[in-house]
Design a protein around this ligand. Structure first.
Ligand code: LM2
Ligand code: CA
Length: 567
């Protein structure tokens, strides 16, 4: 609580210029979907990693704040956002359970990201889950009143003794005043920075792979950069910076020091899934307030927004699930799938015994969207198409969209109230594919098209390599009456792969055994429309095309013969 504004400003400039190299951008490895198992206890997260998250292809799990906190005896969920000390006995388990969870998740190939509450301590005194005694501003052995911002000196107008100043126009107020009355750490101070880094390094030593930085908006990027530089290894950092148009503190001020949770993403999805999803064709960084894809962690809902009105939530049922399917299919950001507990009172805590959170039971007080077969199928889809651009967008109406991911996968999404049947260009090779969102198989014909029925509030999605049976083929005999000179042969070429995709060099030679009728029998994909022509090749390889428009044909499900005359 000293006067030091000028020095703090210098620190700010230096840190922004230097940037940081500790934090890594975007999670490493070929799996990046993060399950946000908010308020789950450590034993349940451990089991979930082994039994569901790893096998489904999730790359990470975000867990609730692991530090000791104020206790309200389990009655409310938010007591865990009031740190009382940095030991790891919390509402969710103790240090050995936490460490065992990290090991179990790592064994399952799932990284662990901890919710790091480092902007503040408590708003009140009392006792903690771990048995610590403290009062606001005094945390024995950790922080004393000098370690906190003080409204008269650090925050807003010294004459105006309020803890929450102008929370939009003044960065100083946003970052130095007390967020909802929570004791605001003096993060420009060395002792505070060291204590926070010590806590995070303890988690890193237990194997934690990164952090969701709570209330990052309320700590300056310079202070956070200094803290991140003190961290061991290169944890993945993503920060909570809630976007507000025209505000002094913006997410873009934090993308130089780590990634950000992209709040506009979920807001836009709520808007579009309540209106026209066809608008999503350009969804991404060009939309107002959105950060670059490579800097963004996306979510359809989180624990704060599901209690507000800004995003969809599990209470929206099938639409919420469908928006999550879209999120996993779309090429933007690092997707996070949210999962908390069932609630009616927005203050209420998760199911608990003596204040400590009980094991999660899906369908018995816990939502478990992340286990839904359509969602796990889409986690596999996301992993399979990662890096491939969106291709072949179509939107037959405002409630139905379809797109591919550069021949690696294809999806159709129907937000309407009735099923939609249509024929789409998938960009995938002919074959019968397993639907990854729980629908029946999808047959792609030789022209890459599929006729599918997309259920209401549902999706049909397929991935390359995900064929269940080889494509049905039918023999088609081509006979063409064509007179030629000695040394010239007649060949066949057409629009589909089986007819060499119009490449005359590869054209299929016909037999002259029945001259002047030239003939060949070719296996073609069933129920497929294509165009073709006959060509003549002389002994030197010169090609003469049939004149006139391309010939057209559609195969059925059985053998066929085409009798033609050279034009
Ligand atoms: C976050 N992001 O910036 C979390 O996502 C959010 O859930 C946290 O607020 C917040 N930061 C602080 O970490 C929650 C909850 C608040 C609650 C605080 C602290 O949304 O309602 O505030 O945790 O527990 C509660 C009372 C509030 C009171 C405050 C201090 O609801 O009325 O303020 O404690 O005693 C006087
Ligand atoms: Ca602060």
């Amino acid at each position: 609580m000293k006067l030091k504004a000028g020095i703090a400003a210098l620190f700010t400039m230096a840190a922004v210029l230097v940037g940081i190299d500790a934090a890594q951008a975007t999670p490493q490895g070929d799996r990046d979907v993060i399950a946000n198992l908010w308020s789950w206890n450590w034993n349940s997260v451990a089991r979930e990693c082994t039994a569901h998250l790893g096998p489904a292809g999730y790359g990470g799990v975000q867990v609730a704040p692991p530090q000791d906190s104020l206790t309200r005896g389990g009655a409310v969920w938010w007591d865990v956002y009031q740190p009382a000390d940095y030991t790891l006995t919390s509402k969710f388990g103790d240090e050995s359970q936490f460490a065992a969870m990290v090991r179990a998740c790592h064994d399952a190939g799932v990284k662990v990201y901890a919710d790091a509450v480092v902007n503040h301590m408590t708003g009140q005194g009392s006792t903690s889950y771990g048995g610590a005694t403290f009062s606001k501003y005094t945390y024995p052995g950790l922080y004393s009143p000098d370690d906190f911002h003080y409204y008269a000196e650090d925050c807003g107008n010294a004459d105006n003794l309020i803890h929450d100043g102008d929370y939009t126009g003044s960065a100083r107020n946003v970052q130095n005043c007390e967020l909802v009355g929570l004791a605001d750490l003096e993060t420009e101070e060395g002792h505070v920075r060291g204590a926070i880094a010590g806590y995070l390094n303890k988690l890193i030593a237990l194997g934690v792979d990164g952090f969701r930085v709570d209330a990052a908006k309320h700590t300056s990027p310079a202070d956070l950069a200094d803290i991140y530089r003190r961290l061991d290894g290169s944890p993945y950092i993503y920060q909570e910076v809630i976007h507000g148009a025209g505000e002094a503190v913006q997410p873009g001020q934090y993308t130089g020091i780590g990634d950000v949770l992209e709040f506009q993403y979920g807001r836009y999805l709520r808007e579009k899934f309540s209106g026209s999803i066809a608008d999503l064709r350009t969804f991404g960084e060009t939309w107002g307030g959105m950060q670059p894809s490579g800097r963004s962690v996306t979510f359809v809902a989180n624990h704060d927004t599901e209690r507000g009105t800004g995003t969809l939530s599990y209470k929206d049922g099938a639409v919420y699930r469908l928006a999550t399917i879209f999120q996993l299919a779309w090429d933007y950001g690092t997707p996070q799938v949210y999962d908390g507990f069932t609630w009616s009172d927005r203050e209420a805590g998760p199911p608990h015994s003596n204040g400590f959170v009980r094991d999660a039971v899906c369908g018995g007080g816990w939502e478990c969207l992340h286990r839904d077969p359509a969602i796990t199928g889409m986690v596999g889809f996301h992993n399979a198409v990662r890096g491939a651009p969106v291709t072949g967008w179509s939107a037959p109406n405002g409630n139905v969209i379809a797109f591919g991911r550069d021949a690696k996968g294809w999806i159709a999404i129907n937000n309407g109230t009735g099923p939609h049947t249509g024929t789409f260009a998938t960009g995938l090779a002919a074959g019968t594919y397993a639907g990854v969102t729980g629908t029946g198989p999808v047959t792609v014909n030789g022209g890459g098209q599929a006729t599918v029925t997309v259920p209401a509030k549902g999706a049909v999605a397929i991935v390359a390599g995900g064929t269940t049976t080889p494509p049905a083929q039918v023999p088609v005999t081509f006979n063409v009456n064509a007179t030629t000179t000695w040394g010239t042969n007649v060949c066949l070429v057409g629009s589909i792969g089986a007819l060499k995709s119009w490449d005359p060099a590869q054209a299929i030679p016909l037999s002259s055994a029945g001259y002047p009728v030239w003939s060949a029998t070719v296996m073609l994909p069933a129920n497929t429309s294509f165009e073709y022509k006959f060509i003549k090749k002389d002994g030197s390889g010169n090609v003469t095309w049939e004149s006139g428009a391309n010939r057209t044909y559609t195969t059925g499900s059985s053998a066929a013969t085409i009798d033609a005359t050279w034009k």
